[in-house]
Write a protein that binds this ligand. Structure first.
Ligand SMILES: NC(=O)c1ccc[n+]([C@@H]2O[C@H](COP(=O)([O-])OP(=O)(O)OC[C@H]3O[C@@H](n4cnc5c(N)ncnc54)[C@H](OP(=O)(O)O)[C@@H]3O)[C@@H](O)[C@H]2O)c1
Length: 251
């Protein structure tokens, strides 16, 4: 390792970010570019991906739109990708439904995007040799996955619980290739996911009181942890679920 280069640098690395059209994924793309990475941005919405692209530092970044709910589109994305040194599997969504109102289609939709798609994507990246030796894969899981969940969030909690459990197995299997696999588990972060009308303003204000640091997280605060996990600074870290929650889980 060059002593003049920070181990936290992403210089020379190409990083794929899913869900890069908003929120945590957009912040991750921006912060990775500031850390020196070439970034490949994907999501469905082309206009918002373009906005993200315009926010990046440096050059050589790519936009490759993809609906991760569609296996054929995932295959097309992988075919178009350059060789990667890191992946942020971040795209996801929630739908709040009390247990009695859970319907099969909603549950399948959440599992498809939050759980199945990142696993299929990783599988194809390996099969098509798009992950360089020494790569790092980061999943955006959730505090909910570790049992700190909320009423009505069962489908989402199950989808992220599966992701957090999967990370251990993927880390074990890919260790032979020198590929590391970790997840970040954020508490509530101020993004569009909070303003989609499923959680009332009053509920949000009450919930913030549960955070010892007195506020929700900012997307950049998750991105910085992702950079650590993508960079050589975390070269002995694999199979972890890193909690980033303003102290919520110590209460
Ligand atoms: N915000 C929080 O409090 C929080 C806490 C813990 C974990 N998380 C997790 O963090 C991740 C990012 O969430 P966020 O808060 O940043 O939400 P967000 O602003 O709504 O971003 C979600 C991203 O996922 C993409 N996406 C959704 N469905 C997709 C699909 N079918 N195909 C491709 N891309 C799709 C969206 O892009 P398009 O609409 O353009 O496709 C968007 O870029 C999610 O996995 C979420 O579960 C969030």
């Amino acid at each position: 390792m060059d002593p003049m280069v920070s181990p936290f640098s992403l210089s020379g690395k190409t990083i794929l970010v899913t869900g890069a059209s908003s929120g945590i994924g957009r912040a991750a793309a921006v912060e990775c570019s500031k850390a020196g990475a070439r970034v490949v941005l994907t999501a469905r919405n082309r206009d918002r991906l373009q906005e993200s692209l315009e926010m990046l530092s440096g050059e050589g970044h790519l936009v490759l739109p993809c609906d991760l709910d569609n296996a054929e589109e995932i295959a097309g994305l992988v075919a178009d990708l350059p060789v990667l040194h890191g992946v942020i599997n971040n795209a996801g969504f929630t739908k709040i439904l009390p247990l009695q109102f859970i319907d099969e289609q909603s549950f399948k939709d959440i599992l498809s995007v939050n759980t199945v798609a990142p696993v299929l994507l990783l599988r194809l990246l390996l099969k098509k040799k798009k992950l360089a030796a020494g790569s790092s894969v980061v999943f955006t899981s959730s505090l909910a996955a570790l049992g700190r969940t909320t009423v009505g969030n069962g489908m989402y909690t199950a989808s992220k619980g599966a992701v957090s459990a999967f990370v251990a197995c993927a880390a074990l299997e890919l260790s032979k290739k020198g590929i590391r696999v970790n997840a970040v588990c954020p508490g509530m972060v101020d993004t569009g996911i909070l303003s989609n009308g499923t959680i009332s303003e009053e509920q949000l204000e009450k919930d913030k009181m549960n955070y010892p640091l007195g506020r929700y997280g900012k997307p950049e605060e998750i991105a910085w942890a992702m950079i650590y996990l993508l960079s050589d600074a975390s070269s002995w870290v694999t199979g972890t679920n890193l909690i980033i929650d303003g102290g919520y889980s110590i209460r």
